[in-house]
Every structure is written in structure tokens, then in C-alpha cells.
Design a protein around this ligand. Sequence first.
Ligand SMILES: Nc1ncnc2c1ncn2[C@@H]1O[C@H](COP(=O)(O)OP(=O)(O)OP(=O)(O)O)[C@@H](O)[C@H]1O
Length: 600
Amino acid sequence: MLRARLWRASPFCKRVALDKCPSRGHQRSHSNASTSDVVVHISNSNIHRFGDPTTAAPVFRDVDWIVKDGENWAVIGCGSNQKSALLQTLRGNLRIAPPPPPPGGLFPFLSGLPRDPHAAIALVSFAHRPHSAGGAFYDYTARYGAMREEDRITLKESMFGEHDFLNLRPKGQATANTPEELAAEDVKRLIFEDLTARLGLSSLLDLPLVALSNGQTRRARIVKAILSQPELLLLDEPLTGLDANKRQTLLSVLRSLHEARSPRIIMGLRMHDPVPDWITHLALVHDGKVLTGTKEEILSEQATRETKVNSIRSTISGTSANKAEDDGKPVVVLKNVNVAYGPREVLKSINWIICEGQRWHLQGANGSGKTTLLSLVTGAHPQSYIQRGESHLELFSRPRQRIPTPHLRSLIGVVSPELANAYPRRARTTVWEVIGTGFDGAFVAGGKSGVGTGIGLEGGLADDVRQWRVSRVREVLRGLGPSSWVVDPSDTQQRAGSIELAEADEAFSERAFIDLSSGEQSIVLLMRALVSRPQLVLLDEVWAGMDDGMVRAARRYLRGGGIETDQAVVVVSHWEEEVPWTTEDGLRKFRLEDGVGREV
Ligand SMILES: Nc1ncnc2c1ncn2[C@@H]1O[C@H](COP(=O)(O)OP(=O)(O)OP(=O)(O)O)[C@@H](O)[C@H]1O
């Protein structure tokens, strides 16, 4: 069995070390061992969450889904929650009723293999953010400065070193020493070297894990999952956060893995992601239903549905954006700014001025330095203090070192993957309180009415300031709360003038942040970033995890008054169409390439 599994790393074996691979015969005996060419089998079943009473509505009704070996499937969905729920079903995290019958069960192709089906199916999700552990704030700025010992583990060590950070070796298992174990480790190493080269990670192997950029980390997570040699790998939104070139590279690597069945791959895609040309079949998840068929059938079905949604979308994109003021005074000034880690230069002599009222799209490939640049602007990067002489960093008309960090945090509204991961999930913190932390740029709720205490104010907030803050929390809840996620935008527009909160928004404000879906958490963090009407708003991967209704509501809100004409905004996204403003609205673009930045 071990040798059979090793063979299934065939594309690598063929490319790099034929002599180390077991013979082809083993592949045949492996395929003969399984009794079916059906990979997934769900027939006329409902799918429920575990623990839901039988009376509760199922997550999906009347599901018929058969995936045959050799077919190339993707799951697409209007909201990331339902799409992810279908993938989670394949991981055994939801209950299928009636369950697929033995002997094949849910995965007939596994029935002849002496392998725990649970271990044979791996899921890597980029749609959902990991919850930060407990209530503490995880200091994500560690990557920029002095590192803790556990943060020094390199990408390579994490896979093969004593740390085994990525858990490649089952706990308690000693280092390999039998010939078979050594051969298995060898093949793993070959897979690792081949994949890291193809995914552009080779030059990063000696970097600490925390130093990797988002896109680099995502590719490393996929390598890790493949090294665990699953039979079926589920990748939920693997393209999110990758630049256009890396998306193509990843897709072609995934295709070759899938065709060699090492492993088979099913992808989850967002509704607006382009469907890769090698995908032959789609499962479309919508309104508690799973529609399955060939790509052509499902896309034509979807085109009919889209006609309605598109007419709504055009209403939204047709809404003219709040016209920004002519450029106001500078909010951020970078002159000849540099960032280097030893000999590794990440930013080289950056010149960029961001003024009040401007809308910027910050562009650049994975690892080009976007997050690093924004960390200078937020003052989180230690090297923001040392830009002196020729190099100069001025924030809100003052040199960085003259603004205390807590004050700076209160002046900038930030949404970013790092912040979302680090934001504490305390058991009893409500949505209202999380939004309220935005006024002081804090991470712990506080103050009367849950709207903060004010920076450096000994006696707390004056009554009129507190009232203004309360009314602002209500305003963002009205603009971005659940009642705005409905399809018809006219309802929200009508309510915009009202001071009352809709019942749904009121109830939402009282919910515990920790209990929200990742998309709901994302939109709450957007409310937190906007609530104080900060002079500068940084929106880095702002749509992560949000479903279509939330994305539409947020775009509508940002374009139609949620951002004032004198506020400056920087959007970071690898997808041009995700930016809420266009060049017609005055959008400008700043591009980083190999550490060098310029307006394009
Ligand atoms: N402490 C460090 N030591 C060495 N290199 C580092 C360190 N921190 C970051 N880097 C490198 O700096 C480069 C820029 O990283 P950054 O996160 O700014 O990229 P990015 O443009 O935001 O990428 P992405 O689009 O993937 O999020 C990366 O190549 C990264 O590996």
C-alpha cells in the first residue's frame, strides 16, 4: 500500500526521480484494489448540520451528486457559506440523510483501500479565516521586527525539520528509519522540491514562516496539503489573494495533479471567478439546492438566473460614486522610503503622496511589498521610525516618530487579512462593541455604550461625543447590516434617511462576534474601519468570505456616501473589478514591482 501511494506521486516521479519510484505495476494494482470509478456518491439526500433537530430545515435538499473518476469538478456558489458547506459535507462535517449506502458509501472509490476515509480527504479553505485563538490579540506585526523564537521556524524546517510545524508526521512518530519510511520521506522531499519550484516558493525556503506574504503562505498551505498525500483534495477558493500570474501557474499545477490523480482535486470557486477551462463539471449551490451537471449546462442555467441579478448589479454600478473633492492636503507622504531585511530589499526608494479625497488602487504581484508598504503607513512597521534624511515618512503632516501609535490607530480605518486573523474573538463581545472599538482603533471593547473611551481622555468621553459615536454605530449598521444584504437596493436607500435600525440590524448588533460566519465577521470589521469617518481608510482584501449580497451592499455603501469626499482610501486587491471605484470616479493606481513603486 505504501508503495502504491508513493507511486501516485507520479508526475513528480516522472519528472525528477524515476529510479526512486515504485513500478507502474503498483499503480495498476492500486486501481484494481478500489471497487469503483465513482469518487463521490450522494443520491436523493438532504444534508443537515450535526446537532440540528430533525425538524430543522436542512442546509441542502434533494441532493443528487455523482462525481466519476476522470471528471473535473468545481463547486460554485452565490455565498461562500453554502459552497463551503458542500465541501465540508465531503469532509464529513455535515450529516447526509439518508446516508449513502454501503459498501461504497459517500466515497465508493475508497472502498477497496485500507485507508481511513477521513485521512484520505483533505480540505484547505481560503474562504474562511482561521479564528484567532481565544480572546488575546495576536501581534501580527511580529514579522516586521524582532521575532519570537517560535516565529523563526523557516518554511523548509516547517515541512521537514524537527519542528514539523505543518504536522506532516503523525504526532509521536519517530523519524523515519526503515527502508520503506526512508523511501517515503525521499519521495515527499522530491514532491516538495518539485512543487515549491513550480509554485515559486524555492527562493523563500529559508525565510521564517511569518515573513511570507499572504499569497506565498497560501501556496505553501497547498503544498503542505499535497504532501500529506490525500486521495481527494478539496480546495476552497484557492485563487483568492493570488495575483494573475500565480493564478495561472497554480491552475496548471492543479490540473496536472488532478489528471495524475495524485491527488484528485475538487475546487470551490466564487460565483464571479472565471471557471478554469479544464473544469468539465460544476455543482452550483444556491438557495439550499445543489444543481449538478456539465459545465455548459450549469453555466447556461446560471446565465438565465444572472439576467435578473445583473439588472440589479447594473443599477448598483450605475450609481455614480460620491465625487471626491479635488485633492486636499496630504495625509501620507513617502519620499525615498526603503525597507530591507538584511540584504533582502523589499521596498526601494518609494515616492508616493496620498491626499485627502483620493481613491487609490495599490497593485502588485504576490510578495511585491503591498502589505509592507501599508504597514509603514499604519506605523506598525518598526522601519517606519527610521526613515530619516533622504528617506522621509510623514503621516498626517507629522513625521512618524511624532505620532504615538495609539493615536495613529484612531486616525486610520483598516481592513486587512492580518487584522481579521488577529482580531480577538472574546466569548461575549457583541457586534456593536466590535464596531465601537473602531473609534479608538482599539481591540478590546470598552467605554459607556460600548463606543470606546477616547485616546488619552482621563475623564472619558463628553456626552455629545458619545452620542455622536452611538449615532455613527447605528449609521454603519443601517448601511451595512443584514437588512442591506437583500437583493433589492431600493429598500436600503429608503432606510438610509431613517434614524431607526431595522429589526434585523438591531438583532445583529447584539449577536456575539465570535458566533458570526466569516463573511459576517468581515463586514463587521469593515463597519469598524468606517465608523469613525477616519481621514484615511485602508481596504486590503475587503471582500474575504462575504457572500454576494454583502459584497453588493458594501460596494453600494462605499460608493454612495459611506466614504466622504474628503476621506482618502487605498484599496488592495488582485482583481481590478473588486475595487469599488473606477478611473471615471477618479481612481488612481500605484503599482509595486520588485520593490519599486510608481503611479500607472
Ligand atoms: N521579516 C522578513 N524577512 C525577510 N523577508 C520578509 C520579511 N517580511 C516580509 N518579507 C518579504 O517581503 C516581501 C513582501 O511581502 P508583503 O507581505 O509586503 O507582500 P505583498 O505584496 O503584500 O504580497 P501578497 O499579495 O501575497 O499579500 C515578501 O517576499 C516577503 O517574503
